[in-house]
Design a protein around this ligand. Structure first.
Ligand SMILES: Nc1ncnc2c1ncn2[C@@H]1O[C@H](COP(=O)(O)OP(=O)(O)OP(=O)(O)O)[C@@H](O)[C@H]1O
Length: 271
């Protein structure tokens, strides 16, 4: 019997873009409510560009991007903001603003927001940023700012259901303990509300630990769309040009160990 899938939340059909001399796509893919998707690929492969196409920030040269089966360009901004939150790479906003105001920016699309203050506090706590309330954003460290930005995303979709969270390297500025904490927070946040999460990551272990599906990007193309399990390792070795060992840790999680292979270095020097 065929499994009946829910309609896609986000769908790209033949979506292409061009930046300078670089071409991206055509991308054909769909994301469904509740999915946890990691986007992986070498530096400069086009991951952020794909994300910018998904958000509509970078218009497609050809093809379409739809959210809930309606062309993204036809969605009213405020309605979209209540269902979809975006955390771009290195979000630098709000100099001189208090942390609670930065987090509260996630809720500006709401005409009336009687629960706003409580939600900002709870979102800050979930993002391990509760102790930063009352501080000025531009006095925070990089890792503290990253947590406040994540709290802003949480606040935005706190009382939404089956929404979409799109984040670009959300853990890059954090220490390993906080990376695990925030992976757990993102996971719990999304699972409780049925949100889909798509995250650009550089850490294969984070992708394996907290995501179900991997999108592999190389040279402006989608070169893999596969389950986040041990079966993905050969494709990941080819993607990065490295060897990957694997083992299960005490908790039964798959742990992947990258190792350099000589041909990759040689190939890079010749490139
Ligand atoms: N405005 C632009 N004009 C010309 N080239 C651009 C522009 N923006 C990005 N690029 C190029 O497009 C390619 C893809 O960039 P993108 O930021 O999508 O890569 P990425 O996979 O996210 O990389 P990283 O992991 O390093 O963040 C890069 O080679 C980049 O230099």
């Amino acid at each position: 019997m065929h499994q009946i899938l829910p309609p896609p939340l986000l769908q790209l059909d033949g979506a292409t873009a061009r930046l300078g001399a670089k071409h991206f796509g055509p991308f054909n893919l769909s994301l469904r409510a509740g999915e946890r998707i990691a986007v992986l690929g070498p530096s400069g492969a086009g991951k952020s560009t794909l994300l910018r196409m998904m958000t509509g920030e970078l218009p497609c040269a050809q093809g379409t991007v739809s959210f809930e089966q309606q062309d993204l360009r036809r969605w009213p901004k405020a309605a979209l903001a209540r269902r979809r939150a975006v955390l771009p790479q290195g979000s630098d906003v709000a100099y001189g603003l208090l942390v609670e105001l930065v987090i509260g920016l996630g809720r500006v699309a709401l005409a009336s927001d009687p629960q706003g203050e409580r939600i900002v506090r709870e979102a800050a706590t979930l993002a391990r940023a509760g102790h930063l309330l009352g501080r000025t954003y531009d006095t925070l460290s990089g890792g503290e700012q990253a947590r406040v930005q994540l709290a802003r995303i949480f606040a935005q979709l706190w009382d939404a259901e089956a929404g979409l969270v799109l984040v670009d390297e959300p853990l890059a500025a954090l220490d390993p303990g906080l990376q695990f904490d925030l992976l757990e927070s993102m996971d719990a946040f999304a699972a409780q509300r049925g949100h889909a999460v798509l995250a650009i990551l550089h850490d294969i272990n984070h992708a394996m630990l907290a995501f179900d599906r991997l999108l592999l990007v190389a040279d402006g193309q989608l070169v893999g769309d596969l389950a986040a399990d041990v079966g993905a390792l050969p494709a990941l070795e080819a993607l990065y040009g490295i060897g990957l060992g694997s083992a299960l840790n005490d908790a039964g999680d798959l742990v992947v160990t990258p190792r350099r292979t000589v041909p990759r270095t040689a190939a890079r020097l010749q490139a």
